[in-house]
Design a protein around this ligand. Structure first.
Ligand code: GDP
Length: 439
């Protein structure tokens, strides 16, 4: 059973996978760390273990190293993973029925192997690109890049493409220079402004192949005229063909279940434009997952059976706000009763590692729901009133008074080096929605 996990960049993917592995292993030892999953399996989970690395060439997700960072003194957040990586866990289950017990005596117990696959969130946004021509992609991308704060971040690139004469010849030096400017603009948008709808994915995260010439394309204002446009259109097509051959076909096609992580709170914190951008990116991903003109069907072959969208780092807000967060994410992905190709879609708010407790703060003399935790910087205890989480995509006037506090908390100290699990919020409900039927 292949479970793919991805997220828009910085969504908390590394932490999520680390917690998922640590908690599944602990649950296999009898720790009650995933109660909803335990209930769904009828308490039949008897063991869980990591499958030793085989001979495959894909890098392995370093779960043990990441848990060790969390178990250090003081606890540290794990280093981010940038590349595609996999890890397999087998879950041993007791049989459910007498017939099953008889079968087990003959054949041994029931075993489910979970193949976890972690891929860069940036690449997820190549999915909507597959349905567009170079000209359509150019127009959409440039229109987005000219809006608001992006325009300033991309000024050097925009000045460059706007100054190109008509019918530029297909000179590689121009293509390469334009690409460098474009890539730098994307990096600034991601790292300094918190934007997420940035394409192509490998411009931001080149993956194992590095920055090959196949990447040297960028959007043009007149994408149908001249030699340069033809060259860039060829590269755009070659890039998509390569992503399909190197990633979508060998990996993406084979997923059975997909978790998509979104730092929706971080997007609220980053402000209106960054939030709208995240919302647009999510809508495009959800549409591509839903169908995209049969695209996903074609890509996935056997079809993803279940998709779970999760708003991460939900321990930054208190209980009621977490419910609102589920509502907000549901609104952003445009919950569709049919779901992607009839696949069951669910929406969650999770904290893969819970760093806070719910508390009450006083704001203007009135009690408000807050959270309490240790700040990473300085290790001091702090009570944080994060601000309101809107139930759905907020109207423009929301931002007039929006304030949203989102400090980095210190991870909690783990009992038993993490072997007895990692505190979380809602990870078990998410896992139940994704794989509960298999147990
Ligand atoms: P990635 O880039 O998607 O792999 O992101 P990471 O998993 O490395 O997470 C980035 C940062 O987000 C971490 O270093 C933490 O500071 C924070 N973070 C991630 N998950 C959680 C969580 O469940 N709770 C809290 N409080 N912070 C989290």
């Amino acid at each position: 059973m292949r479970l793919a996990v991805t997220g828009l960049s910085r969504a908390g993917k590394t932490v999520f996978l680390t917690s998922l592995v640590a908690n599944l292993l602990a649950a296999g030892q009898g720790a009650r760390t995933l109660p909803a999953l335990e209930a769904a399996s009828g308490g039949r989970l008897r063991g869980a273990r990591l499958v030793p690395a085989g001979t495959e060439s894909t890098p392995r997700f370093d779960a043990a190293g990441h848990v060790a960072a969390l178990a250090a003194d003081p606890p540290r957040w794990p280093e981010r993973t940038e590349d595609l990586s996999t890890l397999e866990i087998t879950l041993d289950l007791a049989p459910a029925s007498l017939l099953g017990q008889a079968r087990e005596m003959v054949a041994g117990g029931r075993r489910v192997t979970l193949e976890l696959l972690d891929y860069p969130g940036e690449w997820l946004l190549d999915l909507p690109m597959l349905a567009q021509s170079y000209a359509d992609w150019s127009r959409g991308t440039l229109a987005r890049l000219r809006r608001g704060r992006r325009a300033a971040a991309a000024a050097a690139f925009l000045d460059f493409v706007d100054a190109l004469p008509d019918r530029v010849p297909d000179e590689d030096a121009i293509a390469r220079h334009g690409y460098m400017l474009y890539r730098d603009a994307l990096r600034t948008c991601r790292d300094e402004l918190g934007f997420r709808f940035l394409q192509p994915g490998r411009a931001l995260n080149p993956g194992p192949k590095g920055e090959a010439p196949i990447l040297w394309f960028f959007p043009l204002p007149k994408p149908e005229e001249g030699g340069l446009a033809a060259l860039l259109a060829r590269r755009h097509a070659a890039y998509l063909a390569d992503q399909r051959a190197a990633f979508f076909d060998p990996f993406f096609r084979r997923f059975h279940r997909q978790a998509v992580l979104v730092d929706a709170l971080g997007a609220l914190h980053a402000g209106e434009e960054a939030f709208d951008d995240t919302a647009e990116a999510l809508a495009a991903i959800a549409a591509a997952l839903r169908d995209g003109g049969g695209l996903f069907d074609m890509l996935t072959g056997q079809g993803v059976k279940r998709v779970a969208f999760a708003a991460t780092k939900a321990d930054h807000v208190p209980g009621r706000a977490r419910d609102a967060l589920v509502g907000l994410l549901g609104d952003l992905v445009g919950r569709d009763p049919a779901g992607p190709l009839g696949a069951a879609t669910s929406v969650h708010a999770v904290a893969a590692i819970r760093c806070t407790e719910d508390d009450v703060a006083v704001l203007d003399g009135r009690p408000v729901a807050a959270v309490r935790g240790l700040l990473l910087e300085g290790g001091k205890a702090a009570k944080v009133y994060p601000g309101e989480v809107p139930l759905r995509r907020p109207a423009p006037d929301f931002w007039d008074h929006a304030f949203f506090e989102m400090p980095v908390f210190q991870p909690p100290r783990l009992a038993g080096d993490g072997r007895s699990g990692v505190p979380h919020l809602g990870l078990d409900a998410l896992l139940t929605a994704l794989i509960g039927d298999l147990l």
